[in-house]
Design a protein around this ligand. Structure first.
Ligand code: TXE
Length: 506
C-alpha cells in the first residue's frame, strides 16, 4: 500500500485548525489558549496543531467523569449496552482502518504495515472487551453461620488513562475498551507528541452518543495534566504505560490518595539463543526482536544472549542482514524501518550509542543518524549492534528504546539465566533452542511477565501483558486486564433475622 502525497493531505486535519480536547461530551479548546505543533518524524513537517490542556482542564474532565459515574447513573449502566457501544466503535474503526493507519504512521513514524497491524489489534480489542463486558461473575460461600455470603464485581469508578507515544492508538484503546466494558468512566491523556489518532478515535466515540462525561480526552503535558490525574482524589484508578522513571513518580504521587494503579513500564529484555537453535529462525527473530517499531517497544529484545560457540557463525549473519533493512518514511512501499518518534528521542538514542562506544563495547554496525538526502530531514537512525559488552555497561542495563542491540555471550544454561535476569527489569524474554525441555526449563527461570519459545513479539489481546520487577504492576489485556477495572464487594445476607444478642441490656 503506497500513500501518495495527495492522500497524505487528505488524511490530515488542516494544520491551521487547532484540534480540540473532548470534555463532558463537547469538543473544547483549553483555557490556556496555548497550542502545540505536531510534527511528522519522517521529514520534520508540521502535520497538526493541538490545544494544550492544563490542570484546570483535567479537573473539569475528572469532575464530569465523576458526575457521570456517581450521580448520572453510569455506575448502574447495563453491561449489554456498554458491549453494544464497544462493538459499534469497533465497526466504525474497522471501516476507517487505512485512514487511521496512515495517520499513525504520519504522527509516530512507524511503517504502514505496523500501523495497520495496530489498528486491526485495536478493532479486536474493542470486540474482545465487548464480549467480556457481560461476563464478570461473583461467588457464593458456604459460611459457618445463617448467612448467605457472596461476592459481586463492580466498576472501579473514574479511571485516568495515561499512555505513551510508541503505540499511540492501540495502547490507549486497550485500556479504554477494558475500562468501558467494566463500566467505568474515563479521562484519557495521550503523549504530547502523538495525539492525532486518539483525537480521531474520539470523533468516532463522539458519534456513539455516550452520556456526557463517560469518556473524556485531555491533551497536555505529563507534568500538568498527567500529574493532576494521578493526584486528584476524585480519580479512583490510574492505568499507565510509560517509562520506569515516570512510573516511580506516579506511584509516589498515587500513594497520597491510596489510588489504585497499574503500571506497564520499561524493559531490557533478553533474547537467549542456544547453539542448538534453528539458525535461520533465530537470526531472523533476533532482528525482529530489536528493530521492529525502530526498537521503540517496551518488550523489545534489546539484549541478545548468544551461546559462545555460536558467536562466530551468528554475528556476521546478523550484521549482514541488519545492514539490509530498508529504511525510509513509513508510508512508502517496502519500507521496513521508519524514523524515531522525535528529534529529542533520537538524540537520547544517539547519546546511548556514544555511551556504548565510550564504555568499550564494539560497534558492529550502524551507530549513526542518517543524514543523506531526504532522510536527513527526518529522525532516522541506522540499525545498531554492539558486541563485547559486559553486564555492568549502561547499554546493557538501561532501556535505550531505539534500534540498538547489545550482544552478551554465555557458556552454560546457568550463566544464560543469570545474565537474562541480571537487570532491574522483568518485562519479556525469549529462548531459541530445539531442545524443548531445555527451552521450557530456562523460560521457567526467567523473572519476566511475557515470554516466548522459538519466536519473539507475538502478542494477543486474549493474554495478559505486563512485567515482573521494575517493569511494572498489574496487567493490560485479557481477563487480567479487565480485572484491573473491577472492584470486589462482599455482601452478607442474614437468613435468620432476629436480634444478635451481643448486648444483654434491652
Ligand atoms: O515517557 P513517559 P517518555 C520509556 C523509554 C523512553 C522513556 C522516556 O525508555 O525512552 O520511557 O519516554 C506522561 N505524571 N518508555 O518521556 O514520561 C507523558 O505525558 C503523569 C517506555 O516519553 O513515561 C506520557 O503521556 N504522567 C514505554 C506518558 O506519561 C506523566 C513507552 C509516558 O511518558 C508524568 C514510552 C507525570 N509526572 C516510554 N510525566 C513503554 N513501557 O512502552 C510524564 N507523563
Amino acid at each position: 500500500m503506497i500513500l501518495e502525497t495527495a492522500d497524505i493531505k487528505s488524511v490530515l486535519t488542516s494544520s491551521n485548525t487547532t484540534q480540540k480536547m473532548y470534555i463532558n461530551g463537547e469538543w473544547v479548546l483549553s483555557e490556556s489558549n496555548q497550542t502545540s505543533k505536531i510534527v511528522n518524524p519522517a521529514n520534520g513537517e508540521l502535520i497538526g496543531t493541538v490545544t494544550v490542556g492544563t490542570e484546570e482542564d483535567a479537573k473539569k474532565a475528572i469532575e464530569s467523569a465523576r458526575k457521570a459515574f456517581y450521580e448520572n447513573g453510569w455506575m448502574n449502566s447495563r453491561a449489554r449496552d456498554r458491549a453494544e457501544l464497544l462493538l459499534q466503535i469497533s465497526n466504525k474503526l474497522e471501516e476507517r482502518k487505512e485512514e487511521f493507519a496512515y495517520l499513525e504512521t504520519l504522527n509516530n513514524g512507524k511503517t504502514l504495515r505496523e500501523s495497520l497491524g495496530d489498528v486491526e489489534d485495536a478493532v479486536n480489542q474493542l470486540r474482545y472487551y465487548a464480549g467480556l463486558a457481560t461476563k464478570p461473575h461473583g461467588q457464593t460461600y458456604d459460611v459457618p453461620d445463617d448467612i448467605q455470603a457472596m461476592v459481586v464485581r463492580e466498576a472501579i469508578g473514574v479511571v485516568g488513562i495515561i499512555v505513551p507515544w510508541n503505540y499511540p492508538l492501540v495502547m490507549a484503546n486497550q485500556k479504554i475498551a477494558a475500562a468501558i466494558a467494566a463500566g467505568c468512566s474515563i479521562v484519557v491523556k495521550p503523549a504530547e507528541i502523538t495525539p492525532l489518532s486518539l483525537i480521531r478515535l474520539f470523533e468516532i466515540i463522539d458519534e456513539m452518543g455516550f452520556p456526557p462525561g463517560i469518556v473524556n480526552l485531555v491533551l497536555g503535558s505529563g507534568r500538568k495534566v498527567g500529574a493532576e490525574l494521578v493526584s486528584n482524589p476524585n480519580v479512583d484508578k490510574i492505568s499507565f504505560t510509560g517509562g520506569t522513571d515516570t512510573g516511580i513518580k506516579l506511584m509516589k504521587s498515587a500513594a497520597d490518595t491510596v489510588k489504585k494503579i497499574s503500571l506497564e513500564l520499561g524493559g531490557k529484555s533478553p533474547n537467549i539463543v542456544f547453539a542448538d537453535a534453528d539458525f535461520d529462525a533465530a537470526v531472523d527473530y533476533a532482528l525482529y526482536a530489536i528493530f521492529a517499531n525502530q526498537g521503540q517497544v517496551c518488550s523489545a529484545g534489546s539484549r541478545l544472549l548468544l551461546e559462545e560457540s555460536l558467536y562466530e557463525k551468528f554475528v556476521p549473519e546478523l550484521v549482514r542482514r541488519a545492514k539490509m533493512i530498508k529504511i525510509g518514511p513509513g508510508w512508502n512501499d517496502g519500507i521496513e524501518m521508519g524514523p524515531l518518534v522525535s528529534e529529542a528521542h533520537m538524540n537520547t538514542v544517539l547519546n546511548y550509542i556514544e555511551i556504548g562506544k565510550n564504555e568499550g563495547a564494539t560497534l558492529l554496525c550502524g551507530g549513526n543518524r542518517i543524514i543523506e538526502g531526504d532522510l536527513g530531514k527526518g529522525y532516522f537512525v541506522e540499525p545498531t549492534i554492539f558486541g563485547d559488552t559486559t553486564p555492568d555497561m549502561r547499554i546493557v542495563q538501561e532501556e535505550i528504546f531505539g534500534p540498538v542491540l547489545a550482544i552478551q555471550t554465555f557458556k552454560t544454561e546457568k550463566e544464560a539465566i543469570e545474565l537474562a535476569n541480571g537487570t532491574a527489569f522483568g518485562l519479556a524474554g525469549a529462548v531459541f533452542s530445539q531442545d524443548g525441555a531445555k527451552a521450557q526449563r530456562v523460560i521457567r527461570q526467567l523473572r519476566a511477565g511475557i515470554t516466548w519459545i522459538n519466536t519473539y513479539h507475538p502478542t494477543f489481546n486474549e493474554a495478559p501483558w505486563g512485567g515482573y520487577k521494575q517493569s511494572g504492576i498489574g496487567r493490560d489485556l485479557g481477563t487480567y486486564g479487565f480485572e484491573e477495572y473491577l472492584e470486589t464487594k462482599q455482601i452478607n445476607i442474614n437468613l435468620k433475622v432476629e436480634p444478635s444478642g451481643f448486648f444483654e441490656g434491652k
